[in-house]
Design a protein around this ligand. Structure first.
Ligand code: GMT
Length: 375
């Protein structure tokens, strides 16, 4: 099929899912057209089947803010016509599903179906705000297919917007070949000496990630276990986390790597992932860590309990309970047998429920369904 994908190309879960979905689809022989403000940073794959169409925005003194949603609709309509696309798939409802709705309307009587995938904060934070609620509800309802990345997000969407159309749950996925344990002692040595453990955190450092809790947990764990902390990603709360690390005198033991292309390399040498988020509709970072056999210690929030089975393939604690999270980390790091068991269980969860080989066919089926309906 010929599929147009729109997502935020920056560092964020919805952009990662949109980009990796495109790569996986191209590897299965589909023609993929990314329509976005920049090429999503993980969109590297079968280049002959991957096209990129940049959304260009003319600036003009009258525009206090550039009308991204309008430029995106224009580009979507252009690409659909030029490449005869079968379907548009947008990630993150605001404003992408509104742009897709406009593009579909502009192209009538030609029919181009669009699918909206809800990722989390588009519903739980931004979409709930009065300033966006009405248009978000409208655009979601106008979609030819709606998917949510967890049951919890589906329920939340029904509750917040009272949507009457069917919302299909298609979970986040991981490429199980790429994300796996990587016993690379040379790479590990760059961060930790013999006998030291590695805790890792991966996020976009937004307030919902509670990165100061990551530092607090690490500080408590270090009182009992020799260990190091690696933080991957960047965002508004990174400086505060760096400052806190300095205040606690832990700067020799923590590494802020910033944005990284191949996060699997670092997850693959880590012993535990910390994800103490306030909100997490799925928790892609936890899944990626589980595939790499680094058990997650996360908040019992949002969709995380659908991914992590407490005490089996990771640990869950209440939001803000840094003491409990630190205790779980200490237990796991000191008990090799438990860590082995949980690492293997996490890998098995990834393989049996969330591998791209299981999830991508669900999107393909949906594309075929909406395209046939509109034929
Ligand atoms: O985590 C973020 O803040 C970014 C956000 C996004 O939309 O870019 O991530 C959301 O989508 C991810 C991919 O579907 C999910 O795994 C994350 O749980 C979700 N984040 C939140 O709900 C806070």
């Amino acid at each position: 099929m010929k599929i147009g994908i729109t997502c935020y190309p920056t560092y964020g879960g919805s952009g990662v899912v949109g980009a990796e979905l495109g790569v996986e689809l191209a590897e299965r022989g589909h023609e993929v057209h990314f329509i976005a403000s920049a090429l999503p940073f993980r969109a590297k794959g079968n280049q002959s089947l991957i096209y990129f169409h940049e959304v260009e925005m003319m600036s003009y003194p009258l525009f206090e803010h550039l009308p991204y949603a309008l430029a995106l609709s224009t580009k979507m309509a252009e690409v659909v016509q030029a490449y005869d696309l079968d379907v548009l798939h947008v990630h993150y409802a605001i404003p992408h599903s509104v742009s897709a709705f406009l593009a579909r309307s502009m192209l009538l009587p030609r029919k181009i179906p669009f699918i909206t995938t809800l990722h989390g904060t588009d519903i739980t934070l931004v979409g709930m705000d009065r300033s966006y609620w009405g248009i978000t509800k409208f655009a979601i309802e106008q979609s030819d297919g709606i998917t949510a990345i967890s049951n919890q997000l589906k329920q939340k969407t029904l509750e917040v917007f009272g949507i009457e159309k069917n919302i299909e749950v298609i979970y986040n996925f991981v490429n199980c070949n790429k994300y796996r344990r990587n016993a690379n002692p040379e790479y590990r040595k760059l961060f930790a000496a013999e006998g030291e453990k590695i805790l890792v955190h991966l996020s976009n450092f937004r307030p919902v990630k509670r990165t100061s809790d990551v530092v607090e947990i690490f500080s408590l764990v270090r009182e009992k276990v020799p260990c190091r902390l690696i933080l991957i990603g960047d965002g508004p709360d990174r400086s505060a986390a760096e400052l806190l690390i300095h205040k606690k005198g832990l700067q020799q033991h923590a590494f802020f790597l910033g944005k990284q292309e191949n996060v699997e390399d670092t997850l693959g040498i880590s012993d535990v992932l910390l994800l103490p988020s306030e909100l997490e509709s799925f928790g892609l970072a936890a899944l990626e860590a589980m595939a790499c056999e680094a058990p997650p210690i996360a908040s019992r929030v949002g969709g995380l309990p659908e991914l992590v089975t407490h005490g089996v393939d990771g640990f869950l604690a209440e939001v803000g309970d840094v003491k409990a999270m630190a205790d779980y980390a200490v237990r796991l790091l000191l008990d090799n047998e438990l860590r082995q068991q949980m690492s293997k269980a996490g890998r098995q969860t990834a393989e049996t429920r969330f591998c791209s080989t299981l999830i991508i066919p669900q999107y393909e089926k949906l594309y075929r369904r909406v395209a046939e309906r509109d034929a």
